[in-house]
Design a protein around this ligand. Structure first.
Ligand code: ZN
Length: 282
């Protein structure tokens, strides 16, 4: 589930603790049109949920367990990391079908196949969850925002839609400029990345549509909560649907989805140059 009434966790009005309090200081504003990641996190994000320290630790642990990377690890220029987000988890199953299909479980399994597809294209993959935990929206975004040269892909299974189809969503319009203090608030971190997200979304959607007839031709815009706080090109991929009588009907989509996402992200790679490394080849 992803949108509106179909997903109570992902609609426009939801605010996680910390939203609007944390901010991104952009010291590379001229580069924003090319998706510079020249930002630092301002440590003023009051622990609104009393969990800031835990969050930091959890993110560091997740990153370490995923890739072994640390903040000090030098990386090559350009896009080289895909943050893969199996949505929901824990007590939040997401969409559920009458036959017991749970979105949170399916997306985690799909993530494993997507991971292998992306790695075969030379990307490092960082997952926002590896098991049945349920990180907050902000924690998941923070994992992406701590990377340099990353894109973010959130995975969902819908409760509606033509079975066997796949849709890509990018965030609808957000203000793109900094506030009067020169900072971009956490809850509109996606603003400067919207056009790049659309480009990435269209590339992935085109690959999906080749494989899953009846899918849209281009990425859709919507108010996706998870994407709004992500300071990187970010998309949500939603498959239809949990309303299958046989779980195999859904599982059969996994290899095609994995290949489509990997090829779409690979096609996006040349358009994405990280600030300070302009001119360097990915
Ligand atoms: Zn969902």
């Amino acid at each position: 589930m992803l949108l509106g009434m179909r997903c109570k966790l992902s609609w426009r009005g939801v605010r996680e603790g910390g939203a609007g309090q944390a901010a991104i200081s952009l010291f590379a504003l001229p580069f924003l049109t090319t998706a510079a990641l020249g930002f630092v996190w301002r440590a003023n994000s009051a622990p609104a949920q009393g969990a800031a320290a835990q969050t930091t630790a959890a993110i560091a642990a997740t990153r370490a367990s995923n890739t072994g990377l640390t903040a000090a690890t030098p990386r090559s220029a350009g896009l080289n990391i895909v943050v893969l987000d199996p949505a929901h988890g824990g007590a939040d199953y997401g969409a559920r079908g009458a036959e017991g299909v749970r979105e949170s479980e399916v997306v985690l399994e799909f993530a494993g196949q997507l991971r292998r597809g992306l790695e075969s294209q030379g990307f490092q993959v960082v997952q926002t969850r590896l098991g049945n935990e349920n990180p907050s929206f902000d924690d998941r975004s923070a994992i992406a925002n701590a990377q340099q040269g990353a894109v973010f892909v959130s995975l969902h299974i819908a409760s509606t839609g033509l079975p066997g189809t796949a849709r890509v969503y990018v965030n609808s319009d957000l203000p793109t400029g900094p506030d009067p203090t020169g900072l971009i608030p956490w809850d509109r971190a996606q603003g400067p990345f919207l056009s790049l997200s659309k480009k990435l979304g269209d590339l992935v959607q085109a690959q999906l549509t080749q494989r899953f007839r009846g899918s849209p031709d281009v990425a859709q815009r919507a108010a996706v909560r998870q994407l709004r706080t992500t300071a990187a090109p970010a998309i949500a991929v939603e498959l239809s649907s949990v309303i299958v009588e046989n779980r195999n009907d859904l599982d059969r989509m996994a290899p095609g989805v994995a290949e489509a996402v990997a090829r779409g992200v690979a096609a996006f790679r040349p358009t994405y140059v990280v600030a300070g490394t302009a001119g360097a080849q990915p």
